[in-house]
Design a protein around this ligand. Structure first.
Ligand code: AMP
Length: 194
């Protein structure tokens, strides 16, 4: 299996690059943000719970997210691999993902960190807010989300560096150039793991 996590601050292009990766490598895409938004839309118990956190720019608690992810993995047993988009976002989630995959004799092969300067992130998110009307793409919440990222998510970089699985990809480039860098990294790893 090919299991990848795509990682980076809000607005770094995780969703766009995930779609290209899915197309090329035939992976199952799990975007925890998309799953939560769908739950919010349907007004499920999880959706209602998550809404309060998302609207404030906070993370949804680890136990809820980890259970949600475990259920998705369980209900998709025959995939060629997964791309985890927006997960893990805390060290606790990273450890849980390692355990969940280990139970299937699997592991993460690479964590792709899409690196984009903060001013550009803010610009992109504000534009998306105007175009798509996402409830958390307004200036105050954008600031909070970037702060949440720095405090709770950035420590995962050291976690994956220690495992030798962290790869930085410069994200402030045309979409296809970013994808070309990702493709080089993944093709090399796939070749080494053959
Ligand atoms: P995203 O679409 O990935 O930017 O996620 C939107 C929001 O959903 C985040 O700001 C969080 O509030 C919540 N969320 C998504 N993924 C996670 C996660 N792995 N852990 C906690 N909260 C999450």
């Amino acid at each position: 299996m090919l299991n990848i996590a795509i990682f980076g601050a809000p607005g770094c292009g995780k969703g766009t690059q995930s779609e290209l990766i899915v197309e090329k490598y035939q992976l199952h895409h799990i975007s925890t943000g998309d799953v939560l938004r769908a739950e919010m839309e349907k007004q499920t118990k999880l959706g209602k719970l998550a809404e309060g956190y998302i609207q404030k720019g906070h993370l949804v608690p680890d136990d809820l997210i980890i259970k949600m992810l475990a259920d998705i993995l369980e209900s998709n047993p025959n995939e060629k691999g997964f791309i985890f988009d927006g997960f893990p976002r805390t060290i606790t989630q990273g450890e849980a993902l390692d355990h969940l995959l280990r139970d299937k004799n699997e592991s993460i092969i690479a964590v792709l960190n899409l690196d984009v300067e903060e001013e550009i992130l803010t610009e992109r998110l504000s534009k998306r807010g105007e175009e798509q009307g996402r409830c958390d793409d307004n200036p105050e919440i954008i600031r909070k989300r970037l702060e949440t990222y720095k405090v709770q998510t950035e420590p995962l970089i050291a976690y994956y560096k220690k495992q030798g699985k962290h790869f930085t990809v410069k994200g402030n480039k045309p979409v296809n150039d970013v994808f070309e860098n990702i493709r080089e990294i993944l093709d090399r790893l796939i070749y080494q793991n053959k």
